[in-house]
Design a protein around this ligand. Structure first.
Ligand code: UDX
Ligand code: UDX
Length: 463
């Protein structure tokens, strides 16, 4: 039996360790966090995050070989392997503000490990970190006067929210990086052994430490780049009557390009993409590569442009004023099947409409509590309405901002009847039946598609 401890019971630590516990009944896994409310939620019937399939797994393994605890020090002392998945947000002060990763929680955690350890341990970087962070960690961990040696292993997570359980159960690959010294190899093998309990060996890739750290940032940068690329094309489609879904399909059939991550949208969100690209940009600048930094920065700028463009399109379609108009925003989560609203484009649109003094009603099946918290002071100006029909009642416009499948199958005839005319609908996720909505009477604007309007406007009419 190995004593595995995970520090950080968030979106990454919780689901990752639940699946690990399920697949490794012979290991004891403890997830610790300094946040008492969060741990209490993990111990209750109302888990702190919504993730399909998570409840069932936690119910099956909790109290057996999976434990949630706030006793960080004690469990560190007992651990053989420590996964660290504390948050690494964008630094908001001093050098690198707005770009670099804020590593204060990481360093604090490393020092906490040293303080409480009485035996050597393997420390696994699970959080996304700048390349070469492990070097600093090794210095902190191994500058102890207890004669203890700590191996640092990089094992970045690639799970996406909404499919985290599936991604962990059957990953495309597991990446483990370590030093090529005998001790590093032994530590790497110990981590590989854990995953080999349920992941085929050929899907477990091993690399040197720095490649593993950098691969995580690179994977997220490439994924985000595809979205910004198709979103850039969506702007051109709207000017030319090309249809971005058709273009994406046509290029995705090229096996060199592939069909995934080509859904044009109001923008990408989530806790990772923007943070990781900005971090990559900062690293490139730090290492004297301004051209490379500039290249990747454009991925984020294009995303900001796409969000701003969506709001501008709403404004110009609605006669250049939304002040005082009720607007129903369907979706607050940054993507479907999650309650997470971090960096959600829905909230960016919400804030921009509030600046225009619109009367915003926000509807989402799972993310309204997080949306309220994220909006801070501005939340007081927003109506939070879980029922999309009630949200649309009396509205001048609807904007679909999260691709929850239920938004595609609402009774839009009834919704149309309850709205102020002319009624507008803006599809920021391209999930609706646009022609059907137009036939009902809506003026329809969708990302990367010709607009369907019932009266003359500055935007082109369909033939
Ligand atoms: C986060 C980042 O978003 C991701 O990029 C990184 O790879 C891992 O950390 P996530 O699990 O989504 O992933 O973060 P979050 O939900 O904020 O969870 C982090 C947890 O760490 C929090 O519950 C926080 O209380 C805990 N924490 C933080 C500690 O237990 N100790 C600390 O010193 C700091
Ligand atoms: C991402 C990575 O996919 C994952 O591997 C990594 O570990 C963490 O970051 P996540 O942010 O949870 O995961 O979700 P993801 O599915 O990647 O979506 C990110 C954003 O891009 C969402 O806002 C989503 O709606 C948007 N998106 C995704 C698009 O706009 N179009 C697409 O085609 C795909």
């Amino acid at each position: 039996m190995t004593n595995i401890v995970c520090i950080g019971a968030g979106y990454v630590g919780g689901p990752t360790m639940a699946v690990m516990a399920q697949n490794c009944p012979h290991h004891r896994i403890v997830v610790v966090d300094i946040n008492e409310a969060r741990i209490a939620a993990w111990q209750s019937d109302h888990l702190p995050i919504y993730e399909p399939g998570l409840d069932e797994i936690v119910r099956a393994v909790r109290g057996k070989n999976l434990v949630f605890s706030t006793e960080v020090d004690r469990h560190i002392a007992e651990a053989d392997i420590i996964f660290v998945s504390v948050n690494t947000p964008t630094k908001m002060f001093g050098q690198g503000a707005g770009r670099a990763a804020d590593l204060q929680y990481w360093e604090k955690t490393a020092r906490q490990i040293v303080r409480n350890a009485t035996t050597p341990k393997i420390v696994v970087e699970k959080s996304t970190l700048p390349v070469r962070t492990a070097e600093a960690m090794e210095h902190i961990l191994n500058s102890n006067d207890k004669g203890l040696y700590f191996d640092v292993v990089s094992n970045p997570e690639f799970l996406a929210e909404g499919t985290a359980i599936r991604d962990m159960q059957a990953p495309d690959r597991v990446l483990v990086g370590a030093h090529t010294t005998p001790s590093g190899r032994k530590a790497l093998e110990a981590v590989v052994e854990i995953y080999a309990n349920w992941v085929p060996r050929e899907r477990i890739i091993t690399t040197n430490l720095w490649s593993s750290e950098l691969s995580k940032l690179t994977a997220n940068a490439f994924l985000a780049q595809r979205i910004s690329s198709i979103n850039a094309i969506s702007a051109l489609c709207e000017q030319t009557e090309a249809d971005v879904t058709e273009v994406a399909h046509a290029i995705g059939m090229d096996s060199r390009i592939g069909p995934k991550f080509l859904r044009a949208s109001v923008g990408f969100g989530g806790s990772c993409f923007q943070k990781d690209i900005l971090n990559l940009v900062y690293l490139c600048e730090y290492y004297g590569l301004p051209e490379v930094a500039h290249y990747w920065e454009q991925v984020v700028r294009m995303n900001e442009y796409q969000e701003a463009r969506f709001v501008s399109n709403m404004l110009s379609a609605m006669f250049n004023t939304v002040a005082g108009k009720r607007i129903a925003l369907l979706g607050a989560a940054f993507k479907a099947h999650t309650s997470d609203t971090r960096e959600s484009p829905a909230l960016a649109v919400c804030r921009a409409l509030l600046d225009e003094r619109a009367a915003v009603v926000l509807s989402d099946p799972h993310a309204l509590d997080n949306a309220r918290a994220d909006l801070g002071d501005q939340a007081a100006q927003v109506i939070f309405e879980p029922d999309p029909y009630a949200a649309a009642d009396g509205a001048y416009a609807i904007a679909v901002l999260t691709e929850w499948p239920q938004f595609a199958s609402l009774d839009y005839e009834a919704i149309f009847r309850s709205m102020v005319k002319p009624a507008f609908i803006f599809d920021g996720r391209d999930i609706l039946d646009h022609q059907g909505l137009f036939d009902i009477g809506f003026n329809v604007y969708a990302i990367g598609k010709p607009s369907l309007v019932h009266f003359n406007s500055s935007t082109p009419r369909p033939s």
